[in-house]
Write a protein that binds this ligand. Structure first.
Ligand SMILES: [Zn+2]
Ligand SMILES: [Zn+2]
Length: 246
């Protein structure tokens, strides 16, 4: 069994030194470990700390195109890990992102520039209150889940990253919508979501999964053992993981 592709890697196009390796170093490493496909997916421009600058997306794509010529043995995708910005389904998938990206990932991040102070309060504060108040927890789980539904319905998301990380969500309900929208659910090797229990719940629906490293340095590219263990523990038919060859 082997990993054929890693669809979630951060590069030096992230701001504040978030991604440590250049696009070329990432591609070289992916070639070295025998991957057939690699995606460069820095945070979307509305991540206030780490997002790729809007005016750098074109430059990053040009770099990817240059790498395709230099490393024809591997398929290289320009992508982004977009941010959920509010409870209405808005993201930072801008026209620039749509124009230059071949693959779009999207997930919830605490560092996103949320659409309104009210959204920020709900995402950042009310979800914390939910940790000590059962009623608020239930309310927020429903709200967060609905936000992700809206995101998947309003945008063409290829892969939903680390669902369930940082905020409570209803995986059953998210998987049902992912089936409708054809969104792949990520088993993130760095973030422990989806975990085995969540994979088991999601697998009741006709959804596909991807195990991604979420590497921020080239040495972590292609790491998938933890994610694979979660999938095996969940009893998942591994043929449903799009980037594994049995
Ligand atoms: Zn993420
Ligand atoms: Zn990431």
């Amino acid at each position: 069994m082997r990993l054929t592709a890693d669809y979630h890697v951060h590069s030096t196009y992230s701001r504040h030194n978030h991604g440590k390796s250049t696009i070329e170093e990432i591609v070289q490493r992916a070639v070295d470990i025998g991957l057939e496909e690699i995606a460069i997916t820095d945070h979307g421009p509305k991540h206030y700390m780490y997002g790729i600058r809007q005016d750098k997306i074109k430059e990053a794509k040009e770099k990817v195109i240059e790498m395709r010529e230099r490393y024809p043995q591997i398929k290289i995708l320009m992508g982004v890990e977009a941010n959920i910005l509010d409870y209405k389904g808005n993201t930072d998938i801008t026209d620039e992102v749509l124009k230059y990206c071949d693959i779009i990932l999207c997930g919830y991040h605490v560092g996103a520039l949320f659409s309104t102070p009210r959204d920020a309060w709900k995402f950042l504060v009310k979800n914390k209150i939910g940790k000590i108040n059962e009623e608020v927890l239930r309310e927020m789980e429903a709200r967060n889940t609905n936000a992700i539904h809206e995101v998947m319905r309003k945008n063409k998301i290829d892969i939903l990253t680390h669902p369930g990380d940082k905020i409570p969500v209803n995986i059953d309900s998210i998987a049902a919508i992912a089936q409708e929208t054809g969104t792949i659910l990520e088993i993130n090797n760095s973030h422990s979501h989806l975990n085995a229990e969540e994979i088991k719940i999601a697998s009741k629906y006709k959804v596909k999964f991807a195990i991604n490293s979420d590497a921020h340095i080239k040495d972590d590219i292609g790491s998938y053992n933890k994610g694979l263990k979660a999938a095996v523990d969940a009893g998942l038919d591994l043929r449903r993981i799009v980037n594994i060859k049995l």
